[in-house]
Design a protein around this ligand. Structure first.
Ligand code: ATP
Ligand code: MG
Length: 447
């Protein structure tokens, strides 16, 4: 039977332990404990989703998801360290220190003809609103997104249950939607973003049938709640495959529905704009690879910088304000609009705006105010953005080198560079200044 037929029909294949590479050595102790306890309790227990897929690909899974025929209440009773969460999907979180194992009860797939209250599909859009009808493993398979994500590792005999040809697709590095792709995207448009993300992360090709409807349906993202898109933004751009993910998003017309102003700015300019954005994404991927900290606000700021600086240029040309005021106004205006699409919590959007607003200050290299830039809490992110702006021809190399070198000097030498006589009290607003200055100056120095 071809994998296409498998994808359509319900023909389970059981891959015995001797014929696959998934070993308990690579499954976390916490996940094993959950699986074994469920089994001991008389329930079925399977590892499912990304973890089985990643183990078959010899990658280390990000997390381990478990599925079972036990109901949330029954699971909850088995584990003292557990709690039931979620409304749209009721799940149980079992906590072991910092590790959380997500345990879900088998569910039946979306069936628009099912009028059960616990399985609600929006009439107009076909979107699944609630999905709490429990079912068997064979039912559960059909509500999953891609065949590669629908493999079940059975703790009872260590075999893998494959109802949709997922193992072959993993082997062929092909990302294939289960069922009718268009219908599945209509049920949940975020699956289109997941296609782009998995293709990038796993280095899979998106199967032609799976890819085909995406450009025409990309607009469905406009109705996805903005906070959910923020979660997807983080997964897309912070898992070490941001450059590839971004390219897929643009190839399928998805990016325009996440960051419309940015897409327009990219299309209206030359290649340099794309180079600027991709250089930032590549830096982020490098940081992830090196296990260095990253923040979503940096890429958010990168995406907004182009539209903000265009907006600011216009204001300045109209003669209505200074460059600094114009950038402040642009950052406020564009982040407000952007938040309607991809909602950024204030703890990210405020520092992001600061990072943008500091840009005009790199033009001044003399005086105390210029000096204080070095001590600004957002200096490092602003400096990284400034360096990338060389690609846009907005910063010359001499200036970039100057700001790079000045950071390496002692505070006295820095003061000289900024044309300041003596550094009594340190940099205005600097961390060292605050430490020595105490309360009184801290309030005066607040930026
Ligand atoms: P990751 O490596 O990013 O964790 P994952 O495949 O485990 O990848 P999750 O978002 O953790 O992805 O979801 C776990 C599993 O739940 C998926 O493998 C898939 O089977 C199913 N799933 C998650 N989101 C959806 C969705 N929107 N539609 C259908 N199935 C989904
Ligand atoms: Mg996962």
């Amino acid at each position: 039977m071809s994998s296409k037929e498998k994808n359509q029909k319900n023909s389970a294949e059981i891959i015995p332990r001797s014929e696959h590479q998934v070993s308990r050595d690579n499954i976390s102790d916490a996940a094993l404990k959950v699986l074994y306890r469920l089994k001991k309790g008389g329930y079925q227990a399977y590892l499912v989703g990304g973890s089985v897929r990643d183990l078959l690909l010899k990658k280390s899974p990000k997390d381990f998801d478990v599925t079972t025929d036990a109901t949330p209440e029954q699971i909850n009773k088995l584990f003292r360290n557990s709690r039931i969460i979620g409304r749209r999907f009721r799940l149980v979180h079992v906590r072991f220190g910092r590790e959380i194992i997500e345990v879900a009860t088998f569910r039946s797939s979306a069936d628009p003809e099912n009028d059960d209250h616990d399985h609600e599909v929006s009439e107009g859009t076909g979107r699944v609103l609630r999905d709490n009808v429990f079912g068997s493993l064979e039912d559960d398979v059909w509500r999953r997104d891609f065949t590669a994500n629908a493999l079940y590792y059975n703790i009872a005999d260590f075999s893998i249950m494959d109802c949709v040809g997922g193992a072959d697709d993993i082997f062929d590095r092909s990302l294939k939607m289960i069922g009718d792709p268009e219908q599945r995207y209509r049920e949940d448009p975020v699956r289109m973003l997941r296609a782009a993300r998995f293709a990038a992360k796993l280095e899979f090709d998106i199967d032609a049938e799976t890819a085909k409807p995406i450009p025409d349906l990309a607009y469905l993202l406009n109705d996805v709640p903005a906070p959910r898109l923020f979660d997807e933004f983080c997964k897309l751009f912070q898992s070490g495959h941001a450059v590839e993910g971004f390219r897929h998003l643009r190839e399928y017309g998805l990016f325009a529905h996440l960051f419309p102003a940015t897409e327009q700015w990219l299309q209206e300019g030359d290649e340099a704009r794309l180079e600027f954005v991709e250089a930032a994404l590549a830096n982020t991927d490098k940081r992830v690879a090196e296990d260095r900290p990253i923040t979503p606000m940096f890429l958010y700021g990168i995406f907004l910088w182009g539209p903000v600086s265009e907006f600011a240029k216009q204001l300045v040309d109209e003669g209505s304000c200074t460059e600094l005021q114009a950038v402040i106004a642009g950052a406020a205006e564009l982040s407000l609009k952007q938040n309607e699409r991809v909602f950024f919590p204030k703890r990210f959007s405020l520092p992001m705006r600061e990072m943008l607003q500091l840009q005009p200050r790199f033009e001044k290299r003399q005086g105390r105010r210029a000096f204080s830039l070095l001590g600004h809490p957002r200096f490092r992110a602003a400096y990284d953005l400034m360096m990338l702006r060389q690609k846009l021809g907005e910063i010359d190399e001499e200036s970039a080198v100057w700001w790079t070198e000045v950071q390496k000097l002692s505070e006295d030498e820095q003061a000289k560079r900024f044309g300041i006589k003596g550094t009594k009290g340190g940099r205005r607003g600097s961390r060292s200044g605050r430490r020595r200055g105490g309360r009184a100056r801290r309030s005066k120095n607040a930026e």
